[in-house]
Write a protein that binds this ligand. Structure first.
Ligand code: FCA
Length: 327
């Protein structure tokens, strides 16, 4: 009896010394996202749940629309005895705050989608990250637009190119820069690029931004639109419709491929939302949750940075493209 107790004590001490979760500790991992209502984040959560089910850990999903809610969520995770979390923060400049809170509560942290930055705007290297290859994916958007412009026989010199911009977010800036560079390479005059900064990253803000841009640039009779995600492009498409630019005078390609895009593709008649670059919510949800789980359970740290790619998906090829992505 006494020997047994000693052994238990020794094991407990060992576990304490090495900071390893004891076998009896149920593993709990948070998944914090900035815009829980957006289909992309819903998909990420769904795939993270799949990892939780397979590995037998608990996933705690929390929406963090602002910095205050974010800090409260991290404290809440610690109070619930979680051991780590995945985060897409409402503002990447909250990076240092995230790093400190995680350290204070001894929580492992990994970022997804939006890479956290320090006070100088540099990525925080101690926080592993999985994001998309923003510039490359943006280029795919621009190339897709250029090809369709050609197929329609439109004259690049007469087209307004609407950039729905959210430049305070580095990945958003990279994405639209890629699209712009591809369009310029195809022959789009720089003077035709119309900037439409959105206040927030949702469809309504993009709609408002596009409306202002259309009003100011009435000389263009044909438009293409691109932005950081499907919601941005959808806002531009809806604003264009309101001004009589239907799919024969307007062309938009988004980034994402979640329900926002699928809803457009399933409408009986094609809209100006021509396509999207499908990215992988499975990788971003399932893999990040698994990465943090393995970090906690097996002390195996995730790769410092993982960048994922995408595939152009249109109304026509949506079924096969989604299948290839395992969706
Ligand atoms: C960002 C965007 C999302 C999605 C994700 C991959 O966080 O806000 O819409 O594009 O990157």
């Amino acid at each position: 009896m006494i020997t047994m107790q000693r052994r238990t004590l020794a094991l407990a001490l060992l576990a304490g010394v090495f900071g390893v979760a004891q076998a009896a500790d149920p593993i709990k991992i948070g998944f914090l996202v900035k815009q829980a209502e957006e289909p992309w984040f819903q998909d990420e959560w769904r795939f993270a749940e799949q990892a939780a089910k397979e590995k037998g850990f608990t996933l705690v999903k929390i929406g963090i629309p602002n910095g205050e809610k974010m800090m409260a969520a991290i404290d809440n995770l610690a109070a619930q005895k979680a051991q780590g979390f995945v985060i897409c923060a409402p503002d990447v400049k909250l990076g240092i705050a995230v790093e400190r809170a995680a350290k204070r509560h001894k929580l492992k942290v990994m970022s997804v989608d939006d890479q956290l930055v320090d006070g100088k705007g540099q990525p925080i290297a101690s926080i592993p990250h999985m994001g998309i290859s923003g510039y490359e994916i943006g280029k795919q958007v621009g190339q897709g637009l250029a090809e369709e412009i050609k197929a329609r026989g439109w004259n690049l010199a007469e087209i307004g190119a609407l950039r729905i911009a959210f430049d305070q977010l580095p990945t958003a800036r990279e994405r639209t820069q890629g699209a712009l560079d591809a369009l310029k390479a195809a022959g789009l005059p720089v003077a035709n690029v119309i900037e439409a900064p959105q206040a927030k990253t949702d469809t309504e803000s993009a709609f408002n931004a596009a409306n202002i841009a259309f009003t100011k640039n009435a000389k263009f009779k044909r438009w293409v639109a691109f932005g950081m995600n499907d919601e941005a492009v959808l806002g531009a498409v809806r604003a264009a419709e309101g001004r009589g630019f239907k799919q024969d005078a307007m062309l938009g390609i988004g980034i994402g491929g979640s329900q926002t895009a699928l809803n457009e593709f399933s409408k009986p008649a094609p809209t100006a939302f021509f396509g999207t670059v499908l990215i992988s919510p499975r990788r971003h949800g399932y893999e990040t949750a698994l990465n943090v789980y393995e970090w906690v359970a097996e002390n195996k740290a995730p790769p410092p940075v993982t960048l994922t790619n995408g595939t152009l998906m249109t109304r026509k090829n949506q079924a096969e493209v989604r299948k290839t992505m395992g969706l």
